[in-house]
Design a protein around this ligand. Structure first.
Ligand code: GLV
Length: 330
């Protein structure tokens, strides 16, 4: 029997590729190029499935141009690169990689919060420049993390994991805002209090963004929200670029309207707004919140499991549009 043809759109762990190769005829991207849409469409020709990352946009046009495509498995929990409605209409199954990255991403969110509030990278750059010649009482002072109010916008799995770290590890009162309020048991587990969005920005000493990106969360944090924040407050984004208006944030940081920001994601990444690059009071990392080795392996394996289960068992472990399976697919 011929094996289904699968496109693996970016470089992934060789062990995962070897496992996929048992089940599929693979086309890989060993050079790890980020393809344009026409290049992607060209490579999807004749493929029954694809393993993608956040850098491949799978929209109605791509789906229409790939009539044999039956499943796309994203190696990411976020799936704003998929037009899930278009995939569902076309009968293409979409999957993502939730859960396996929750704790690792929460670790990083907290690390970024610590680095931002305690000025870790700014002070390291100062030291490396050879400028450190004496101790001084107010050198690189900033806000406290312990005991400060942690505000979380987007209280899904990762938001709750960050809340638990803050509440239980650092004695932080936690407030949150989310599309829907958590049940009482989940609120109690992370000692979190539900507030409206404005109250979150007004009261939090440290705001962490963990909400999914969509048209409705585009620029959820812009000049108006930043204006509500305390001048001593910090903002951390481990969610997606585009949730923050980066130009407005750069202006707020430049004018000292908030103390500092920590950003792992950017509008138009891997480009970074030049105004952010010029600022001292921002910690910038290249979209690595889930990047522990075990977690990246688990993400790749889960994406592979979704493809293997789909073709061998007619189901998937973490489907985004399971109704496609009920309808029998494409
Ligand atoms: C990373 O950004 C992810 O969505 O997994």
């Amino acid at each position: 029997m011929t094996k289904p043809a699968i496109l693996v759109a970016r470089a992934i762990f060789p062990e995962t590729l070897a496992r996929l190769a048992v089940h599929f005829e693979l086309t890989t991207n060993d050079a790890d190029q980020v393809w344009s849409k026409p290049e992607l469409v060209e490579r999807l020709r004749g493929k029954a499935g694809a393993l993608t990352t956040g850098s491949e946009r799978i929209d109605a046009e791509v789906v229409a141009a790939s009539p044999g495509l039956r499943v796309v498995a994203n190696m990411a929990v976020g799936y704003n690169n998929f037009d899930v409605d278009a995939l569902t209409r076309a009968g293409v199954l979409a999957t993502n990689t939730p859960d396996v990255l929750t704790e690792t991403t929460a670790d990083f969110g907290f690390a970024l919060l610590m680095a931002t509030a305690r000025r870790i990278t700014e002070s390291e750059r100062y030291l490396r420049r050879g400028e450190w010649n004496k101790w001084r009482y107010d050198m690189f002072t900033g806000p406290d993390v312990n005991g400060a109010t942690l505000g979380i916008l987007g209280m899904g799995r990762i938001g709750q994991a960050i809340a638990r770290r803050g509440a239980h590890g650092f004695g932080m009162p936690v407030i949150y805002h989310n599309r829907s309020r958590l049940d009482a048991a989940s609120e109690a587990a992370c000692k979190a209090r539900y507030v409206d969005k404005d109250t979150l920005f007004r009261e939090a000493d440290h705001v962490v963004l963990v909400l999914p990106y969509s048209a409705s969360s585009h620029h959820a944090v812009g000049a108006a929200e930043l204006a509500l924040m305390k001048p001593t407050a910090t903002l951390v984004n481990v969610a997606r670029g585009g949730i923050v208006d980066d130009a407005a944030l750069a202006q707020a940081l430049r004018e000292g309207r908030i103390a500092a920001a920590g950003l792992d994601v950017f509008e138009g990444e891997p480009q970074v707004h030049p105004d952010l690059l010029a600022l001292k009071n921002v910690v910038l990392t290249p979209h690595i919140a889930s990047a522990s080795t075990p977690t990246r392996r688990a993400m790749a394996e889960l994406a592979a499991d979704n493809l293997i289960d789909f073709f061998t068992l007619g189901r998937a472990r973490t489907p985004l549009n399971p109704q496609v399976l009920d309808r029998g697919g494409r």
